[in-house]
Write a protein that binds this ligand. Structure first.
Ligand code: NDP
Ligand code: 8X3
Length: 256
């Protein structure tokens, strides 16, 4: 029987690339995000591969929406082998004294509370079946703090702490818990961070070759294909042009 994975934030970037990768590996999928039309397009693209794709469109910050979507799943769909907690965002890049409370709440509600809402629903089934794998998409921002990254970095540091806590709590139940911590990945991330300002977003990746969503999906493929006795605790994945959160080399060469 095919295994099933649930990927949050599958409408773009890392989540979309991971969904495609997992479909290629033969997983049935439950894909989530707010933009239903994108989920539907992905479903149409992947179903010809012979896998089943279930769409759940909801705002992960709204607990009631998350619960309602969850209650639509069949008993079969509730058996989730892999959970990829990917949905997330940075909103704004301001010093702490100028920060917007709305931006802060969006990041905390999505990156932290949303991840918790989903994990609280999915993990009991894994515990009952004594198997499962949770992969939390963290960031270099969960390992280092950089100027004006304050609340985004705090939210990803919290993801790192939760990953460790989940691993300890789920240890008796044969459940793997991993995190992946990428540096700069060229997705819609910076467009969202700069509230739709495409020019500012493009400047983030100017003159360097960033990671692409598929590079992160490749790493997630590595994480999920280890043998049963091996768990990848955390994987830090950086562009060659980025040494740390703050040190970036812009060589202006053509991208790979
Ligand atoms: P994208 O903006 O391309 O994708 C973000 C995804 O999260 C979208 O599918 C979006 O779906 C979903 N999402 C955001 N807010 C909500 C919400 N309120 N409810 C439901 N879904 C939501 O960015 P990335 O692919 O880059 O980001 C994916 C993850 O990777 C994030 O957790 C991010 O922090 C992390 N990351 C990104 C890096 C980068 O440089 N790009 C580096 C390190 C980590 P929709 O808008 O349809 O709801
Ligand atoms: C996204 C990468 O460096 O913008 O998590 O924080 S960074």
């Amino acid at each position: 029987m095919r295994k099933r994975a649930l990927v949050t934030g599958a409408t773009s970037g890392i989540g979309e690339a991971t969904t495609i990768k997992l479909a290629d590996l033969g997983y049935n999928l439950i894909i989530t995000g707010r933009r239903k039309e994108r989920l539907t397009a992905l479903q149409k693209k992947l179903e010809p591969k012979g896998v089943s794709i279930t769409i759940l469109a909801f705002d992960i910050r709204q607990k009631q929406e998350v619960d309602d979507a969850w209650n639509h799943l069949s008993a079969e769909e509730l058996k989730i082998d892999i959970l990829v907690n990917n949905a997330g965002l940075a909103s704004g890049l301001d010093p702490i004294h100028n920060g917007s409370l709305d931006d802060w709440e969006a990041m905390i509600d999505t990156n932290l509370k949303g991840l918790l809402y989903i994990s609280r629903l999915v993990s009991p089934g894994m515990v009952d079946r004594k198997s499962g794998h949770i992969i939390n998409v963290s960031s270099i921002a969960g390992v280092e703090v950089y100027a004006n990254g304050n609340v985004y970095c705090a939210s990803k540091h919290a993801v790192q702490a939760l990953t460790k806590g989940m691993r300890i709590d789920l240890l008796p139940y044969n459940i793997k818990v991993s995190s992946i911590s990428p540096g700069m990945v060229d997705t819609e991330f910076s467009i969202v961070r700069f509230h739709g300002d495409k020019k500012k977003a493009d400047d983030v990746y100017k003159g360097l070759t960033p990671l692409y969503a598929n590079d992160v999906a490749d790493a997630i493929e590595f994480i999920v294909t280890r043998p049963p006795h091996v768990n990848v605790n955390d994987m830090l994945l950086m562009p060659t042009n980025q040494a740390s959160a703050a040190y970036v080399h812009r060589n202006n060469e053509e991208r790979d």
